[in-house]
Design a protein. Structure first.
Ligand code: AQP
Length: 344
């Protein structure tokens, strides 16, 4: 790890954690922990930008923490915590509400998709969600953020906010004796064959927690039978798999299943096609089912075990929050000084 490098990322506790969340984010969190100092956050403040039933929210917070641990993140080495326990996230988000511009947020496609036709009824929090996300990252002056492709635009906004803060307060930053470019410009880490896992029923739609049909996604809590059923029923086309990647163009469902296979097997798409090119889905799907069950079952079994020990999960989150605060509090104190606030 290079000096001053720090990884931050978050997952919303909104239920139905799925294969896209795992391959696009959580699996990559695990890989990064070997070489980096990492903070992995259950972003519960983000979750309430749309209505959450309080009892389900508490369950879902523990479930995301359980998924982190069951996937292999070591809570003793890295920091696992839930966002609402560290008040700096909300405090810095407010300051960023005053740095970010309406025009920037108006361009965010996720808000447009989530608010849909009922924009006037969406919460103000849903609109300013990207400012909170910028605060999550910059509160720890994190430099690298592993996310799925859907978060690229929000990451670009976080960089714009960091840059504008650094510019707007440049003379104060200097006067307070802090280094020029107080906030780093965080880099998105979006790589690999599964940065955008698609719905199993429609290759044009992202696999998502909120899709009404459970058949569109593989949940991390699904058992062997359910995984098999969902993959068997996944939409495909009648052609056999191509032997070259170019042959997947205009075949979104086929590309999705091959991408999932590649990410689970940790091999490039070209190798998957070298092995399975020419096979029809009747032959490929059982292979994918075997692989998915082999990789996901240990995680779901461990999650189930951990969920039976809620007290232990809560203790891990409290410990993580204490350690997160040790990094966040001095940053927040400096931000307040830079902005011109007085007092402790
Ligand atoms: N389909 C996906 N493929 C790859 N990565 C994905 N991520 C989400 N969906 C996919 C990544 O998972 C991380 C956590 O996501 P989140 O829970 O914070 O929020 P989200 O993007 O809103 O997740 P969903 O599942 O799509 O929920 P809804 O249905 O509410 O919109 C992020 O790094 C995200 O990129």
């Amino acid at each position: 790890m290079k000096q001053n490098e720090r990884v931050f990322s978050g997952v919303q506790p909104t239920g139905n954690l799925h294969l896209g969340n795992y391959l696009g984010a959580i699996k990559r969190f695990v890989a990064l922990q070997e070489e980096h100092e990492c903070l992995y956050c259950v972003v519960d403040l983000h979750a309430i930008t749309v209505w959450q039933d309080p009892e389900s929210l508490a369950h879902n917070i523990r479930e995301v923490a359980a998924a982190f641990i069951a996937s292999g993140i070591d809570p003793a080495k890295q920091i696992i915590f839930n966002q609402s326990q560290v008040s700096g996230h909300a405090e810095l988000a407010w300051i960023f509400n005053c740095v970010a511009r309406m025009g920037w947020l108006n361009r965010m496609t996720q808000f447009k998709e989530k608010a849909g036709k009922h924009k006037e009824n969406a919460s103000v929090g849903l609109f300013s969600y990207p400012n909170l996300m910028a605060a999550d990252i910059l509160l720890y002056r994190a430099t690298h953020v592993p996310v799925g492709a859907d978060q690229k635009q929000h990451l670009e906004l976080a960089r714009d906010i960091a840059q504008k803060f650094n510019n707007d307060f440049a003379s104060s930053i200097e006067k307070c004796g802090h280094e020029e470019g107080f906030f780093p410009l965080p880099k998105p880490l979006i790589a690999g064959p599964a940065t955008r896992v698609m719905s199993l029923r429609n290759g044009a739609e992202k696999m998502s927690k909120s899709a009404p049909s459970d058949m569109t996604r593989i949940n991390l809590t699904d058992d062997r039978d359910l995984i098999a059923k969902k993959i068997k029923k996944a939409k495909t086309d009648p052609e056999p798999l191509p032997s070259e990647e170019a042959g997947l163009a205009d075949r979104p469902e086929a590309a999705n299943l091959v991408g999932i296979y590649a990410a689970l097997a940790e091999m490039p798409v070209s190798d998957v096609l070298a092995q399975h090119g020419g096979a029809g889905f009747g032959a490929f799907k059982p292979e994918l089912i075997e692989l998915a069950v082999q990789k996901l079952s240990p995680i779901s079994e461990e999650m189930q075990k951990l969920m039976g020990e809620a007290g232990e999960i809560d203790a891990i989150l409290i410990d993580g929050a204490n350690r997160a605060r040790e990094i966040a509090d001095p940053v927040m104190a400096r931000v307040k000084e830079i902005v011109g606030f007085i007092g402790k």
